[in-house]
Design a protein around this ligand. Structure first.
Ligand SMILES: C[S@@+](CC[C@H](N)C(=O)[O-])C[C@H]1O[C@@H](n2cnc3c(N)ncnc32)[C@H](O)[C@@H]1O
Length: 603
């Protein structure tokens, strides 16, 4: 079972309509249309540390005026239109560009000064931070990082001093060299020059030119991503703000080889080089010279966090109204997330389900809500599909076994997985198990893997159908015999069958009523009462109790059902199913006097 917290948050909107203006605190809304710098300053004084939807700025402020994009169309066949762009936030941050070979050691030394945001790596890569493969081939030795004169050679070649090196220039460098030659002689720009080495353009498709196509692809890719980091500007040398003025000429801004960005803490977002803390500068100075291509730079970056970045509770916090209690968990059954929403959440049920689906795909494909308490005999739930595909047939893997279930037609409770394991640990390979209320077989099939033989029964024909399928699915059909009858009749029948092997363990997992089925054991051995060799089975019976002393209460019910008092019962609390309501498991060896009782006599 997986549980997820859904934290909801305030808003005073009508139940089926959520305006985006109402989604954000006023102060934050007003900042969404201001410049990013002012937002940054405001944020730090008023809002807690770390990424938040109430911080940063929205790249699409105009869209904020369209409240209908958050409308919860609950009445409209669970089609919720959630404008995911509204959750895009842009943060202005600073980063240190450092040589790639120093990035890990610098990261650990500077950790306290780094961004340290969840799911965002402190070391970032941006286009152009790595030496181009084509250029790599120009180096005399392949190990670029260790070759001290490699950079000199590269610079010579890039800046047009390659003649005499005896090597052919790559087409890119050749074009570059040509361009500079023409310019120095005063020629006008050679307009077709770029074509010399440019790769051929792909053919236009459907009248869309390839550049537009590319930019659209980029946009879509961005949406599917969690975050995007872009370098905005690099500090202007003319202001004397580059590292060279602080750390010596070695730090002059110039690309010197593969680099990485170390994202700095948000408090440094608008900082200048000279304002960097001494501790950072000291670490950089220490590292200067360790790399053959040392070059540190302070760069301004734009970190964009998309809808995919934010967690379920962060999204719902923004979407849902103030003052609501929090729906805290959902149960997972195969691909289905099973919510248990309270009345107050119902106007937002589709919105909640959509976010749950978005945030838990691909594992979760369907989100359902329990409509009503379980009332029927088959213990099936009334479920409403709120989001995703409508199939309630799913496969659950429990303890290495696979169980197919149709949540619309059969009972399944993943929360009992641990209890089932505990129960199984009581069985041995010599046991013969009888599961009176087996459902689709989580106990019966798991037991069959371990014990000699299993008799499994359920009243629900659909459960029996899935039980049979699951026996086959787990290749255990030879060890399980399946029955479809009322539990009481089943107990009488199975103990009367001559060919039945001696049953040593009986499981009765129908907590609401199982105790009341115990009378079926009265006189089960009476027909062959001379056969004192028959094994008296151990019975495990489950029950609920809301009593002050649940153990005593359940014990009483068992004694009354069996009409017997003189026997020992082990009692265990399984779990609290509701406030003050315990699920219990009682186990005892069927008293001899009950097994051989004459059915019409009362002891
Ligand atoms: C609480 S479920 C337990 C199922 C299974 N042991 C499990 O752990 O998933 C109880 C099962 O008892 C079945 N049941 C209800 N009344 C019954 C009856 N009178 N006779 C036999 N089975 C019954 C229901 O169909 C249901 O599958």
């Amino acid at each position: 079972m997986a549980t997820k917290s859904i934290v909801l948050r305030p808003n005073s909107l009508p139940s089926t309509f959520i305006s985006r203006r109402g989604l954000f605190p006023k102060s934050v809304l007003s900042t969404t249309t201001t410049s990013s710098a002012s937002v940054g300053k405001l944020s730090f004084s008023t809002i807690a540390y770390g990424p938040s939807l109430s911080k940063g700025h929205s790249p699409n402020p105009l869209k904020l005026r369209n409240p209908s994009s958050f409308e919860d169309t609950s009445t409209n066949n669970n089609l919720v239109q959630l404008d995911v762009d509204a959750f895009t936030r842009v943060f202005d941050i600073s980063a240190l560009r450092v040589p790639s070979d120093l990035c890990f050691s610098l990261e650990s030394r500077l950790r306290g000064h780094l961004l340290n945001w969840p799911r965002i790596k402190n070391i970032a890569r941006v286009p152009g931070d790595e030496i181009d493969d084509q250029l790599k081939t120009l180096f005399p030795k392949s190990d670029f990082g260790e070759e001290s004169d490699a950079l000199v050679t590269l610079n010579r070649r890039i800046y047009g001093k390659a003649e005499g090196d005896g090597e052919l220039l790559s087409p890119v460098l050749y074009r570059d060299k040509l361009a500079r030659t023409f310019n120095s002689r005063g020629y006008v720009k050679f307009r077709n020059l770029a074509k010399i080495s440019r790769p051929k353009k792909k053919r236009k498709k459907d009248g869309v030119d390839s550049d537009n196509c590319h930019s659209r692809e980029k946009r879509v890719a961005g949406r599917n991503e969690m975050a995007l980091l872009e370098v905005v500007t690099e500090e202007d040398d003319s202001e004397g703000e580059d590292m060279s003025s602080l750390l010596g000429k070695e730090f002059a801004k110039k690309w010197r080889g593969p680099t990485r960005l170390l994202l700095l803490d948000e408090r440094y977002s608008n900082i200048r080089t000279r304002e960097l803390p001494e501790s950072i500068k000291a670490v950089l100075e220490e590292h200067e010279g360790r790399s053959t291509m040392t070059a540190f730079e302070l760069v301004k970056c734009k970190l964009t966090l998309f809808y995919n970045y934010w967690q379920q509770n962060e999204i719902l916090e923004v979407l849902l109204p103030k003052g609501m209690t929090i729906p805290s968990a959902f149960e997972t059954v195969g691909h289905i997330a099973h919510l248990n929403l309270r009345d107050e959440h119902l106007p937002y049920k589709n919105l909640i389900a959509k976010v749950v689906l978005d945030k838990n795909e691909p594992k979760i494909q369907t989100v359902v809500n329990k409509i009503d308490a379980i009332h029927n005999d088959y213990r099936t739930m009334q479920l409403e599909v709120l989001a995703g595909n409508r199939s309630l047939v799913t496969t659950v893997v429990e303890n290495g076994l696979r169980f197919q279930v149709d949540l619309a037609a059969v009972y399944w409770n993943s929360r009992l997985a641990t209890e089932r394991q505990r129960l199984l640990s009581c069985f041995t390979r010599d046991d013969v198990v009888c599961d009176v209320f087996s459902g689709v077989g989580p106990i019966a099939i798991s037991a069959a893997k371990k014990v000699k033989h299993v008799y499994a029964n359920d009243l629900n024909p659909y459960a029996v159908e899935y039980l049979e399928r699951n026996c086959v699915l787990n290749k255990l059909e030879r060890k399980i015999e399946v029955f479809n009858m009322d539990g009481r009749r089943f107990i009488e029948t199975i103990f009367a069958i001559q060919r039945a092997q001696s049953i040593t363990q009986v499981v009765m997992n129908l907590p609401n009523d199982a105790a009341e089925f115990l009378d079926a054991f009265r006189g089960i051995f009476k027909r062959n009462h001379m056969d004192k060799q028959r094994t008296l089975p151990r019975i495990y019976v489950y029950g609920f109790s809301k009593a002050h002393d649940p153990e005593f209460d359940f014990h009483e019910r068992i004694r009354i059902a069996l009409s017997e008092v003189g026997f020992e019962v082990e009692m265990r609390r399984v779990r609290l199913v509701a406030p003050g309501k315990w699920m219990l498991c009682a186990s005892f060896i069927l008293p001899e006097r009950v097994a051989y009782a004459k059915t019409d006599s009362i002891l």
